[in-house]
Design a protein around this ligand. Structure first.
Ligand code: SF4
Length: 285
C-alpha cells in the first residue's frame, strides 16, 4: 500500500548480521618453529648426531640416579665446580649431619664426571637447614664456592620444608614436566639446568639439561643457533628431541664434550660428527 506523504516511514528491516567465523589465534611455539627451520635447512641433522654419538657411546637406558632431594643438593654443589669436588662436599655433609634414613644408591651414569657417591644414608636435611652458617660453609668448603652455596643449600631446604612440610621432592612426579621445572626454578639460585637435571635423572621427565659440554658440542655442530642463550637453548632442545631421546642425547653429548670435543684442541679426526660439523666447515650440510 502506498505511504501517504508526511506519514512516518517504517523503519527498514534490520539486515541479518553476517556471522563471522571466529579467527583462529596462532600461538607461536619457538621450539617447534626452530625445529622445523633446522629440519628444512639441515635435514636429518638431529638423527645424524644421535646415531653418530650412539655408534661410539651406545644408548644408555635411563635409571633413577639418586633420591631427588639428594640430587638437587648434589647438583647445587656441582654449580661451577667439578663433579668430583661436589661428591667430596656431599660426603662431608653425610658425615657432619648423619641421618637414620635408609642408605641411598647413586647411579651416576656415564655422563657424570666423578666416581659416584658411596652407598650411605642421605644427610639429615633438617640438621643441614638449621646448621650455623659458618659451620655448614666449612663442611662443604672442599667442594668450592662454599660461601655462596651454604646459604643456597639452606634456603633451598627451607623453601621445600615450608611449602611441603618435609624435605621430600617426590611430589614433583605428579606434575607435568614444565610445571615441575617452574616449581624448582622459582627457588632462588636454581636455574633450568639444575631443575632439568633433577627432573630428568630422578623422574625421567622429558627435559634437557645443558651444561658446558653439551653446549659446546651443540653449538659447534649447529644444533642450536649461535646467538641463542643457554636459557633459550634449554627450551629449543625440547622441540628438537622426542621425549624418549632426551636422556640418551644428554649423556652422549656430555661424554662427547668430555672425551673428544674438548674446549681446546677438539679431536676432529676421532669424531663421528665431523662431516656435518659447522665448526670444522661453516657450510657443512
Ligand atoms: S668435528 Fe670437531 S668440533 Fe665438531 S663436534 Fe666433532 S670434535 Fe667437536
Amino acid at each position: 500500500m502506498p505511504i501517504a506523504s508526511g506519514a512516518p516511514r517504517p523503519a527498514p528491516a534490520a539486515r541479518p548480521k553476517k556471522t563471522q567465523k571466529p579467527r583462529k589465534r596462532r600461538f607461536s611455539d619457538p621450539a617447534a618453529s626452530y625445529a622445523k627451520r633446522l629440519e628444512r635447512y639441515r635435514p636429518g641433522l638431529v638423527g645424524f648426531v644421535l646415531d653418530g654419538l650412539a655408534s661410539v657411546y651406545g644408548r644408555e637406558a635411563w635409571q633413577r640416579r639418586l633420591d631427588p632431594t639428594s640430587e638437587l643438593i648434589l647438583t647445587i654443589l656441582t654449580q661451577n665446580s667439578a663433579d668430583i669436588n661436589a661428591e667430596v662436599a656431599f660426603e662431608a655433609l653425610r658425615r657432619a649431619y648423619p641421618s637414620n634414613l635408609p642408605a641411598e644408591v647413586h647411579n651416576p651414569g656415564s655422563g657424570w664426571g666423578g666416581f659416584g657417591l658411596s652407598t650411605a644414608p642421605p644427610p639429615d636435611w633438617a640438621a643441614v637447614e638449621f646448621a650455623p652458617i659458618e659451620e655448614l660453609t666449612n663442611v662443604i668448603r672442599p667442594g668450592g664456592l662454599a660461601n655462596q652455596k651454604a646459604p643456597r643449600l639452606q634456603a633451598t631446604l627451607r623453601r621445600i620444608r615450608e611449602e611441603r612440610g618435609d624435605y621430600s621432592l617426590e611430589f614433583l612426579a605428579a606434575m607435568p614436566a614444565l610445571e615441575a621445572r617452574a616449581w624448582l626454578t622459582s627457588i632462588n639460585g636454581i636455574g633450568k639446568k639444575t631443575a632439568s637435571i633433577v627432573l630428568l635423572f630422578c623422574f625421567g621427565m622429558p627435559l634437557f639439561p645443558i651444561d658446558r659440554h653439551v653446549e659446546r658440542v651443540a653449538r659447534r655442530v649447529g644444533l642450536i643457533p649461535p646467538k641463542a642463550t643457554i636459557d633459550d637453548a634449554h627450551d629449543l632442545f625440547l622441540g628438537l628431541l622426542r621425549p624418549d631421546q632426551m636422556y640418551e642425547a644428554h649423556v652422549n653429548l656430555i661424554q662427547h664434550g668430555r672425551k673428544v670435543c674438548h674446549a681446546q684442541r677438539p679431536e676432529h679426526e676421532r669424531c663421528p660428527l665431523l662431516e656435518r660439523c659447522r665448526y670444522v666447515d661453516p657450510k657443512a650440510p
